[in-house]
Design a protein around this ligand. Sequence first.
Ligand code: SAH
Ligand code: SF4
Ligand code: F3S
Length: 496
Amino acid sequence: MSDLPLTERNQRPAMARKKVYLETMGCQMNVLDSELVMGQLRRIGYELESDMTRADLVLLNTCSVRDHAEQKVLSRLGSLTKPKLMNPDMIIGVMGCMAERDPESLIEKMPHVELICGPNELNKIPAMIGEIEETRSRAVALSQDFKRKTTPLERALDYDSVEALDLSREPDPGQNSLQAYIRVQRGCDKFCTYCIVPFTRGLERSRPASIIVEEAKMLADRGTKEITLVGQTVNSYIHQESGLPIKFAELLSRIDEIPGIERLRFVTSFPGDFDIEIFEAMRDLPTVCEYLHIPVQSGSDRILKLMNRQYTVGEYEELIGKAREIVPGITLASDFIVGFCGETEDDHEATKELIERCQFKNIFVFKYSPRPGTASFKGKDNDVPDKVKRRRNVELLDLQERISLANNQSFVSEVFEVLVEGPSKAAAKAREAEESPRVQVGWRNESQLVGRTRHDRIVVFEGREELVGQLVSVKITSATALTFHGDVIEPVSLGR
Ligand code: SAH
Ligand code: SF4
Ligand code: F3S
């Protein structure tokens, strides 16, 4: 008990928690990294703040995959010049791939950035903050893995150091932990000629299977029902255990056995490294979802070669043919780059034909963006005009929209198992707009919910909020190219 009189005790300010604004751009790796870094910051007394100008610490977790992603970061940093002048104690930090790619020009353009941390050094952020507070000088942590030509021993030591971040994982008790990412590998060593990832994340390193399984168990114990294993080429996963190689299919089967895990997904897969056991695992293991994100990038062999993708269109189609043969009802998603160096109208037509033949569930299309340091930046001309890239981009998306719509409509009146993720975006927005939703409205009995099928199809339906986190059966009543609408039904009888 305090000796202070009650009134005085009440006037004492509570130990103020510091505020961090943390914004994440880029891929699933960054989403996971942000979660892990936030866990570490919470331990040193930070809480999340959604207004950047009111934060003690602003951290941008950045992506370098396209120039557009970097421009967004620069403009965000530009808008912080004034708040930093008003509050010189504010720490502005850039973490992730852009920090690693070109720290010098970042500092030159944005001298108010005080913390620069590459994606392989993120466990150092709490110490870096302490250092900045103490010395008020810039703290920089980069691995520059690719430039350093590290020895295997040095790489192993680096690995231990970065592994500490994932090992420190402790989910925020206040956060919805229904779905979680787990990293299975870092980096990439495919060196597609357009891609910056091997330069920012370093070469491919798989994490030990036993550690991944422990992480999955810990998450399952805390209520996680759906796990997505993340890596740039997850299917190339391989790690030695007691002298024997553990491959990806074996890893899937070990996680499948964990009680409480209802669904297991993985992204992204590399077409060149598939083995049939992975498809068999998708067919045989109850938790593994029948959905594969397997980017092809182009429908032209000439372009695939220039991209150094290490497979042909024919091999890709053979592979997805096998996937469809072994895993009934499997859905496929893919990525495409339009306007790569030297891409002709014939190459583009070949891509359209491939999309027509493959009948993907959905595709992601990107305009080629030359990345300094990559092979295509150095050795090839970015010779497709932006106008042409834009037109090709729209053409691929239009084509896919037609395919998705026809495909989705064929499922009307079928029943799917849906994992309920939360209120649909529209419903969540409407709720936010209400003044004091919890007091005035409380939990409504019925509202619009959103969930996903095992095949990664989005389903919107009316239902009670208590269904969030549950698996329900939904009968599809209508479909657009992107979304299904349906009704929850009982009893459970499932279609695919
Ligand atoms: N590891 C994954 C994807 C990583 S990046 C894979 O290889 O499949 C995600 C997507 O960004 C890629 O699939 C590619 O379509 C796109 N991308 C990568 N570099 C790009 C660049 N320089 N310009 C445009 N798109 C790019
Ligand atoms: Fe980049 Fe290619 Fe590696 Fe994917 S496989 S991350 S596109 S280098
Ligand atoms: Fe971007 Fe880095 Fe991911 S470049 S796509 S955030 S690995």
